[in-house]
Design a protein around this ligand. Sequence first.
Ligand code: PLP
Length: 421
Amino acid sequence: MLQTERSKRLYQKAAELMPGGVNSPVRAFGSVGRTPLFIKSAEGSRLTDEDGNTYIDYVCSWGPGILGHAHPEVVEKVRAAALDGLTYGAPTEKEVVLAELIRRCVPSMEKLRCVNSGTEAVMSAIRAARGYTGREKIIKFRGCYHGHADGLLAAAGSAALTGGVPDSAGVPASYTEHTLIAAYNDRESVEALFEKYGEQIAALIVEPVAANMGVVLPKEGFLTFLRDITKRYGTVLIFDEVITGFRLGIGGAQAYYGVTPDMTTLGKIVGGGMPLAVYGGKKEIMDCVAPLGRVYQAGTLSGNPIATTAGIATLTILMEHPEIYTELEEKAGILAQAYRETGRVSVNQVGSLLSAFFTKEAVCDYDGAVTSDTAAYAAYFGHMLECGVYVAPSQFEAMFVSAAHSMEDIEKTVEAVKSFT
Ligand SMILES: *Cc1c(COP(=O)(O)O)cnc(C)c1O
């Protein structure tokens, strides 16, 4: 049995100070019926908790950690950057360097802007799309997550063809009335919304690979279909690549699937472990943003020199070592195969993103994902922890493989998977 005395004590204190003892809900381990482990440090593929237990980590801070934890080159550059000051609130060369790197990797981002979180990137991209088109409505997909901006906290239980109903208390219905909900991988649900609202729709936002309902791959032709229908109606197509950006390859999902959106949001990997996210796209859309245009968007710490340093260092390593992506895919493939062989789960994998769903049938949409046996997932989660493997404390989160996972780590993980009964 794991010794977790210190984590438990810290959790008791934290619970008096923060709602649920955490600064982001999924960290609370609520859906696996446990109390969270408090992490003291991390290096490479490993996390160490406050009680001194170490785990092979497949959460990777929910996606940023593609190089593993505390990559020496990234840490060294961040350390050096800190000595030059933590923030200036004025332009820096680093912002230019990072923007150039991003545009080289993701050419559809002709102009871009740095913000501090994926939530902010999406919120700002949608504002720019609305400002550019002069339209109000947006389409999102049930089960796709785009951060916690008010207008995007609508997704569950809404029939297509009705305005979104807020998922969260504290969100007035009027804030989601322009949010239309479609079903991922379901063309008809999208067509129906365009037939009804057509020229009122400013933007359609999608995770090109859905990775916040567990990993669900786009059906053949689905992204091309979205590209075509948005073009036909003059709607801005936004790919939310906060997870898939630099994860499916240096060019993200848009390069992987060969479908080019009008706008893109990036987060997670782009900040190399620091709070940084980016939105950008066609020049004529981005030129609507202040101070050039009338779409207001700002940020005290946006483009922060430490965060941009971590981002530049991370992207540079990824660009210089394209073999990383082949290796990631191989390692993820071995894990996927091990899960399949248990005969208990259905597995979705693309590149280094994967999910093992406790379902009988293959999962290709939100309705399929939510049929998962979450009690079985909770038991599996506990088993993996006991084996020294830290997977997401929820069925509906992706498993992330990093460049720091050694073949030995993968083999140890395969053993853990096989021994779950
Ligand atoms: C994580 C995530 C966000 C939100 O990013 P934060 O940095 O947590 O605000 C938005 N979109 C997608 C696809 C994400 O996975």
